[in-house]
Write a protein of this length. Structure first.
Length: 277
């Protein structure tokens, strides 16, 4: 099976490449932004027609949530038009497409975990553009897997790395304690994507690790595991103003996996423990 990974130098792209290299019978095509700009329709057509993949896994995205608020056109281009281009090109050669999406499609004004059947209501440019990406992929290619994840960390820049770096120059740090979600390792997300493709289990899926915590609780656990002595103090979202609104509660339930193939993700504590080893 021939698999094309776009945005291959990002966190998820790297982990998928890492896991696929140990699987027999996989012919992997890794395309970073310089190899394939997904916003360029003609480049996408010619690349896809030349390589003829069986599956395209789109890991390319504009993930800087706050920057999206001021770069709206770019956010729509990368998060909505890019996936549309890939979905059409894939459909023309009979290929499947995986689109990765986000908990930010929800408004977060709830206190119960959100399933694939709950109504979306994005509050940010990032969330709106990612939702458009979902809709466009769904409407342009019936053989789609849309996988929503959250609080992702792997090889690259992420919250975990930022906190560890901050601890090197600060004796005390304040971290938001009134937003809840689920930290998710790229290892778990990549395993699920690979399994969905193997099973041809098309459709919309939530995929985060199990459990929930606040950013403050997550930081406390990171520092405990790393033996870091920097003091972590809880603060509110209002004390830490950002351009993009954050959902208060965006814990996703992997309900579609529970109903179909079974949920193979680990708890967030187990996943971060392995990551920091
Ligand atoms: N990170 C999170 O916390 C999080 C949470 C929920 C959902 N997600 C979703 O999960 C997926 C993977 O996220 P990630 O954390 O692995 O992202 P990432 O590390 O930011 O990687 C995204 C990659 O896309 C590339 N890219 C940007 N514009 C492109 C273009 N026009 N054409 C081709 N490639 C382009 C980037 O290259 P440059 O760096 O060179 O621009 C980068 O290598 C994304 O769909 C994201 O929306 C992420």
């Amino acid at each position: 099976m021939k698999i094309l990974i776009t945005g291959a130098n990002g966190q998820l792209g790297r982990e998928l490449a890492n896991q696929y290299k140990d699987i027999r019978g996989i012919d992997l095509i890794l395309a970073g932004k310089l190899d394939l700009d997904i916003t360029n329709l003609h480049s996408v057509y010619s690349f896809v027609n030349q390589k003829k993949p069986d599956v395209i896994i789109n890991c390319a995205a504009f993930t800087a949530v706050d920057t999206c608020e001021s770069q709206i056109d770019m956010a729509y281009k990368i998060n909505a038009i890019g996936p549309k281009n890939l979905a059409i090109a894939a459909n023309e050669i009979g290929a499947e497409i995986v689109q990765v999406s986000t908990d930010y499609v929800f408004d977060g004004n709830t206190d119960k975990s959100l399933t694939e059947f709950d109504l979306v209501n994005p509050q940010t440019v990032y969330g709106k553009t990612k939702l458009e990406g979902e809709i466009l992929v769904k409407s342009h290619n019936p053989k789609h897997y849309i996988v929503r994840t959250a609080w992702l960390y792997g090889e690259g820049n992420n919250f975990v790395r930022t906190m560890i770096n901050l601890s090197k120059t600060n004796t005390t740090i304040k971290v938001v304690n009134d937003q809840k979600g689920t930290p998710t390792s790229t290892v778990d997300l990549a395993r699920v994507i690979i399994k969905l493709i193997e099973d041809k289990n098309y459709g919309l899926f939530h995929c985060t690790c199990k459990g929930e915590c606040t950013w403050y609780e997550f930081t406390k656990e990171i520092f405990r595991l790393k033996g870091i002595s920097t003091e972590v103090l809880p603060c509110t979202t209002d004390e830490f103003k950002r351009p993009a609104k954050r959902p208060k509660y965006s814990v996703l339930r992997n309900y579609m996996m529970e109903l179909t193939c079974g949920d193979i993700t680990r708890t967030w504590e187990e996943a971060i423990g392995e990551y920091l080893k």
